[in-house]
Design a protein around this ligand. Structure first.
Ligand code: MRU
Length: 354
């Protein structure tokens, strides 16, 4: 049977380079780029050519593995030193999504007990590939759990792009919509455009439309009216970092949607893999919030829309306090309520246990 949804992959390992789908140019141009060295990888992440927490982690892992192949030394210690420096360099590409650091550190740990430089080089590649393969499975599980919260005919609002191209496949917040499509369950997605970079308008609509999933685009300031007029039944979003108490950093605008959900009495769900949960970060206050180039706000599509010299504040993320989150949906099941105890418990839970 033909795949019901054949969304292009955002990242692929090709031995001598990494191929990425250039998310900066979508939906007008579908362009694939070859990242040939670690600087290309850093730049692709920093400029949002590849974006979305899991996809950033996967790309960085491949970047670290790619860079490591070029070291000629026979000394394992010297080799590990190079890898650690490359890890720090790639870790400086973006600050908020913890999946970046999680994936890089997983690669560094994978060679802790290597016997030779050659073995370590191969291990790095294998570990990066494993991260991508695992992520597809993880996203599908998140989708299955999330779908159990929805009913045929539901109208669900999302922001940014937590979809297939932000992960290995399926996405996190968008995964239930793909699975619903497979099962013949009808869900209608409302996609908030997500100023200033427009991931909702450019990417979420693009990938859902290709899959034949009903999606309606709104601008961010239409959210309250849409919830009211279209009887939105739930809000679901992805995450860049979930602190130990459940406070969640996600794309700017998410916090506002959580407040609206509370005001309208509808559930607000966060869908994310365990690799996005950072128990070392105690609360949302401790999550570094990336501030990006003011041009993202003063310009649209390269055209200036604000006076030259205007003051701009451009945080790329906000933090939704845990008390506004109805449930966190992970590959290991759904948790609600006392995140401080439930989040650590998730890590101890068996793979197939809900
Ligand atoms: O700046 P971006 O586009 O990388 O931000 C992405 C998000 O905020 C996503 O919701 C999050 O990374 C989850 S992607 C599955």
């Amino acid at each position: 049977m033909a795949e019901p949804f054949a969304i292009p992959r955002s990242v692929e390992w090709n031995d001598t380079h990494i191929t990425i789908l250039n998310q900066q140019k979508l939906p007008l141009v579908t362009e694939y780029l070859q990242l040939k060295d670690i600087k290309d990888v850093w730049e692709a992440i920093a400029t949002l050519k590849v974006r979305g927490a899991p996809a950033i982690g996967i790309t960085a892992a491949y970047g670290l593995a790619l860079a490591a192949q070029r070291y000629e030394t026979e000394s394992l210690e010297t080799f590990k030193e190079h890898v650690r420096k490359d890890r720090d360099y790639l870790a400086s590409s973006r600050p908020t999504a913890v999946n970046l650091f999680w994936a890089l550190d997983r690669l560094v740990s994978s060679i802790a007990h290597a016997f030779s430089v050659n073995e370590a080089k191969t291990t790095l590649i294998h570990e990066a590939i494993r991260i991508q393969i695992e992520d597809e499975d993880i996203c599908r599980r998140i989708g299955e759990h999330a779908l159990s919260l929805f009913q045929n005919g539901d109208r669900i609002l999302t922001i940014c792009n937590a979809g297939s191209i932000a992960t290995a496949r399926y996405g996190t917040a968008l995964a239930p919509f793909y699975l619903a499509k497979e099962k013949g369950i009808h869900l209608h997605v409302y996609a908030s455009e997500t100023r200033p970079v427009l991931q909702g308008a450019r990417l979420t609509t693009w990938e859902l439309m290709q899959a034949g999933i009903d999606v309606t685009l709104i601008t961010d300031n239409m959210a309250a009216q849409t919830i009211k007029a279209k009887n939105i039944t739930a809000v679901i979003v992805g995450a860049d970092r979930i602190a130990a108490n459940g406070d969640t950093a996600n794309k700017i605008g998410t916090f506002g949607l959580a407040l609206l959900a509370k005001a309208f009495g509808i559930p607000f769900y966060v869908a994310a893999p365990l690799s996005t949960i950072d128990l070392a970060t105690k609360t949302g206050e401790d999550i570094p919030i990336e501030e990006r180039n003011p041009e993202e706000v003063t310009h649209i599509g390269g055209t200036r829309i604000a006076p030259e010299g205007v003051n701009v504040y451009n945080p790329a993320f906000d933090v939704t306090p845990h008390h506004l989150i109805t449930a966190i949906i992970t590959e290991k099941g759904i948790i609600r309520g006392n995140y401080e105890t439930e989040l650590p418990a998730l890590f101890a839970k068996g793979e197939h246990h809900e």
